[in-house]
Design a protein around this ligand. Sequence first.
Ligand code: C2E
Ligand code: CA
Ligand code: CA
Length: 654
Amino acid sequence: MTMYYRIWGDHMGGLEQKLYYDNYSPIGDIAVIAMCFVILILIYTSYVSKTRAFFLFNVIIGLIFLAAGSNILYHYQLSGITSDEGHFIVYLMNFLYHTALYGILYVFVLYIIDVQRLEMSKRRPILIIATVLFFVSVLFDLIGIVKKTGFHINADGTATDGKNIFPLAYVGFVAIIMYLMIVYRNRIFKQVMRGFYGTMLVAFIIISIQYLNNQSSFTVTTFLFPTIAMLYIIHSNPYNIELGAINITAMEDMIRYSYERERTLIIMSLYIKEFDEEGKNFPKEIQAVIRRFAGEFFRGAFLFQVNNGHMILLADKHLNPDSESRIISMFSEFNEEYLKHKLDYKIVYGLTMEEVSRNNEYISFIRHIHKHMGYNEKHQITQEDVDLFNKYEYILKELADIYRGGNLRDPRVLAYCQPVFNVKTGRYDTAEALMRLKLQDTGLVFPDQFIPLAEENGFIHTLTKIILQKTCDEIRYLIKEGYEVNRISVNVSVLELRDDNFCKDISEIIEGSDIPNEKVAIEITESQSDKDFDVMKNRISVLKEKGIKFYLDDFGTGYSNMERIMELPFDIIKFDRSLVMASDADAKSETMVGGLANMFSDMNYSVLYEGVENEVDEKRCINMSASYLQGFKYSKPIPIMDLKNFFSKIEESA
Ligand code: C2E
Ligand code: CA
Ligand code: CA
């Protein structure tokens, strides 16, 4: 096949005219080069995940650039030729052009394999075929040029394609790509696949029209289309243009990328309570402040939006070696803004920590820190935070395991208890069960470290069932051994009551343990919500019917809505330690606490004082209508097996 090239003199003006029938205009390739620059500008001004696929994407852009450039130069050089002498540049450019196109197709294949996460065994045959195709094509072109059987320049300065493998290689690569995109289509989100099919269809239509019209100006352009799809669908993480924030996946990518390269990042986390609600809009002036803070204080910083009220700014430490002074000036401006807007906030800041980066856990790490700090504070991340967080994660994992296991005698959940002194008899015949965890890595864990965690994650009811089971086992043992056991109380979270199976679960365990229902009491704290109140009322009445006793826990710490308390049939009101302490402060408070206690006992409730630590407390409480006393004065919490050391045998007490 011989091709006669006519110059694109019309466009370049002043160049000698030549004959050809293959219409080439550099307009397509010039546009491609311009587009490559546009793409480069976009990827270096937006946040792009630095994955392996992104590296391949860059290679593709480079090759497209090379293809367009060499094609322009090739045609330009060719147009000035009148003989077959010394046209090294023409040969070189033709060769480069074809090699770059094969290269693009080859890297497309690598790219798709990477994005589809093909396993080694499936990847290998495809890789071998594509690599062979690439080298055979390049070699074929090279041999053609050297032997003059392929592309060469005739004596009159016209160019001949000769034996040309390009269309064949093109079809070969497209076949491999189609194979991958059809056979493994389910590995990628359907919508994304449609994006690629669509752009490839457009490319194919243009190539076909070109071919039918003997055109070659837009060949490289068609290679650009799938690349634009890649940029748009896979690599771009659009900014929220009002805040300048990017989504959370992008943040995880950035952390992973830095961790793999052992680079430290500066972290600035801002939580604003006011906006911590889906769909709550930031006023314009706050948006402007956030934009300014995201852009002004650190070089190369990116802002990520965790959720509506929580944002995290990350910046490379090595780009900001003076980060400490930057942080100081940021905070001083922040404080000024705070005075203007008065929005409650929590700031957590510092450098990335290896252990947290390893599993990319900053969001839960920061949320964990939030729990232990107050509003309008700025907390600097320390190793201690990491250690606490690791412990917390470990406990959470163990709790999940206990929950899944469902073993009501799980050895990791320990029943401790505190004997309660009965004022009337002067003996110990009741006790409160208190939970502890005993875990391999941490040893004994106290309730403040795991009860809230268990509540938040829906594990609390399982823990209650375990404590109840172990308490019932102990009650049975004590009864069998002849001890006088009035009852043992177990703590229950308000959250658990919402479960429709609550009453059934509790009765099953008690009945299964072969002990009378009245040997068990349940302690609940007051709840504030109307919905919980109705549920609580229902549960208490169902279980009371069976003889189970109920204690109101922590009276004096919550709302102490007397009207509601009276509506619930409690047996014992537990006065919190704070009331015991208050009554010690002055005569007026003592009169008040005593008056409350009197009122309750007049209405047939028993009053129990918690946190009785010494004889002074004891005396005062006895004077304030105490029926029961509990506290360190009598005993610290002990393993439930040791309760027998406090209880008396029935024959002794008789
Ligand atoms: P609580 O129900 O008010 O339990 C009494 C807490 O006061 C216990 O803390 C006990 O060790 C402590 N205490 C006892 N006597 C004194 C004293 O004289 N002075 C002082 N300062 N403190 C005293 P513990 O065991 O750490 O339990 C803390 C909280 O954890 C409990 O408060 C309860 O709300 C929760 N909890 C414990 N076990 C369970 C359980 O099995 N289930 C549920 N849902 N919550 C539990
Ligand atoms: Ca309690
Ligand atoms: Ca209490």
